[in-house]
Design a protein around this ligand. Structure first.
Ligand SMILES: N[C@@H](CCC(=O)N[C@@H](CS)C(=O)NCC(=O)O)C(=O)O
Length: 355
């Protein structure tokens, strides 16, 4: 009998046996979200949509912010088009189910990386690199004269439900023996209104979120964020657990934005840098050629085009450009870079080697 026949039989027979057994089904092959995004031609991104500076619906009906630019960078790197994003606004309580149920491909929504959320026994997320190092703060009226948490003894705090904020507030106040009253809300807008109506003496939330809230107040200068911080809130995009290919792709797209900043590669000069590395002054710079996808197969290893970083930076700029566009000194939501500077400038953003 020809060898070819046995080969075929070896492949077919387990399926035949499964079929004859009647009750067993062959295990379904899992298709990575990277493949699904590509065949759909669109990235489904979960965002807040209510946080100026991070993700916010403009009057023109488009979303803007650091978190939405991460969605755009991922769409550019995977699909070659930053506009191919379908956004879903999610509250804190909705966000993890949206990811685990497959309603969204990527969660890019001021979400703190924690052990419980990362672990399989928790929300089953895989975190991409941190895109904003935040911390929990407290906002009060300036004329209250409050400068410490002790000054808020017995007062009520407006706080978002389903967040790390809620638990941190309990932990810190309990540890310091300060009685308080939490008043929970689903969205920042409800929380702000309650505070402005005098239903709580303070709002506690991520500093970024307090900053967004204050920027929208009629008289921002009448409100202050206390100096003391209640927690570390490293905010990171997340994908569903168990899809390594998709998680790796998202992780290295984010690193690409950071590495581009480190190397001075910007939206404005990227085409020049590509030309120079292809046949100009930089053509002997092998590391740069690999980073830009002119040489080697770095993108291919991730299932992405080799020029995926070029696509992303061309579309949204490097990490620093994204930051400045939404949180820089010329914006109403200005937050000094501090920990969010690239490591060479004294911050914490550090992309591993593109090797
Ligand atoms: N970073 C914290 C808090 C995130 C959070 O959702 N904060 C609320 C504060 S109200 C918020 O920004 N909500 C935005 C929204 O509901 O659109 C976490 O991951 O739990």
């Amino acid at each position: 009998m020809p060898a070819q026949f046995f080969k075929k039989l070896a492949v077919v027979s387990p399926l035949l046996l499964l079929g004859l057994a009647g009750c067993a089904t062959a295990p379904e092959e899992k298709v990575s979200l990277l493949e699904q995004v590509r065949s759909r031609g669109e990235l489904r991104c979960g965002i807040s949509g209510r946080l100026p500076g991070f993700s916010y619906l403009t009057t023109e009906g488009t979303y803007t912010g650091l978190d939405t630019d991460i969605c755009r960078a991922v769409a550019a790197a995977t699909l070659g088009n930053p506009d191919k994003v379908d956004y879903t606004q999610l509250t804190a309580a909705q966000r993890f189910t949206a990811l685990s149920s497959g309603e969204i491909d990527l969660l890019s929504r001021n979400t703190t990386q924690t052990l419980s959320r990362d672990s399989g026994g928790g929300n089953g997320l895989t975190f991409a690199p941190v895109v904003f190092y935040d911390g929990q703060g407290v906002l009060v009226r300036k004329d209250s004269g409050v400068t410490t948490l002790e000054g808020l003894e017995g007062e009520s705090f407006c706080v978002g439900g389903g967040t790390t904020t809620e638990r941190n507030l309990n932990d810190v106040m309990q540890a310091r023996g300060i009685p308080f009253e939490p008043v929970k809300f689903e969205t920042p807008q409800e929380r702000e209104q309650a505070y402005l109506d005098g239903r709580c003496a303070a709002i506690t939330a991520d500093r970024s979120s307090l900053n967004s809230s204050r920027s929208g107040f009629e008289a921002p200068d009448e409100h202050v964020i206390l100096d003391e911080g209640l927690s570390k809130e490293p905010l990171a995009p997340a994908t569903v657990d168990g899809d390594d290919q998709w998680a790796d792709a998202v992780r290295w797209i984010v690193y690409g934005l950071m590495s581009a900043e480190e190397q001075g590669i910007t939206q404005d000069n990227i085409d020049e840098r590509v030309a120079s590395a292809t046949s100009g002054a930089d053509q002997e710079n092998a590391a740069l050629r690999r980073f830009l996808g002119i040489e080697g197969d770095l993108g291919g290893k991730l299932g992405l085009p080799n020029d995926f970083v070029v696509q992303a930076v061309r579309a949204v700029g490097n990490y620093g450009e994204i930051y400045n566009r939404h949180l820089g000194p010329d914006t109403a939501t200005f937050i000094p870079r501090g920990l969010n500077a690239i490591y060479t400038e004294g911050g914490l953003h550090y992309a591993p080697p593109f090797n």
